[in-house]
Design a protein around this ligand. Structure first.
Ligand code: HEM
Length: 133
């Protein structure tokens, strides 16, 4: 599987693009910038996120690890659902900027949790590194 490692790097790059486009949109929203409603700002993140999810699914199939069979991938998929939910609340659905900031922080924390799960293959995420041996 000579393509596995390049695809994994693509997955990581898309994860960073997804996160940075979310943060940029949030700052534009908070500042009331016209960029927030620009057609590109609304479409590009969906294209990035679709490619991102697809890369994760192909990687998972390649190593025969599946959500709802293997705990770490279950945690990643549930984490992704939460990241999307908090992200939507942070950008649009929350009633005011205080709540939007609250959900923005939750979305970032969820993202950090998922990266910890990806690195450790464990739903306990970064906590396993704290526990020591
Ligand atoms: C916000 C969501 C996600 C983030 C932040 C994320 C992040 C990452 C990162 C950083 C890695 C590299 C870990 C390492 O080797 O050090 C990785 C690997 C991987 N991810 Fe994701 N990912 C996400 C969603 C998903 C989803 C939804 C799936 C599958 C359904 C998935 C499947 C995989 C697989 C199979 C690997 C390769 C693991 C390995 O070879 O060790 N990811 N992910």
């Amino acid at each position: 599987m000579s393509w596995y490692l390049p695809l994994k790097y693509l997955h990581i790059a898309l994860a960073l693009l997804s996160l940075s486009s979310f943060m940029l949109r949030w700052f534009w929203m908070a500042r009331g910038s016209a960029w927030f409603n620009h057609a590109l700002t609304r479409r590009l993140p969906h294209m990035i996120d679709t490619a991102f999810l697809l890369s994760g699914i192909i990687l998972a199939v390649a190593i025969s690890q599946y959500p709802f069979v293997h705990d770490w991938l279950t945690a990643k998929v549930l984490g992704l659902v939460l990241y999307i939910l908090f992200g939507t609340l942070a950008l649009k659905r929350a009633p005011n900027l205080i709540w939007k900031t609250f959900f923005f922080v939750l979305a970032l924390a969820t993202f950090a949790y998922i990266v910890g799960v990806a690195r450790s293959w464990n739903p306990q995420s970064w906590l396993i590194y704290l526990a020591g041996d």
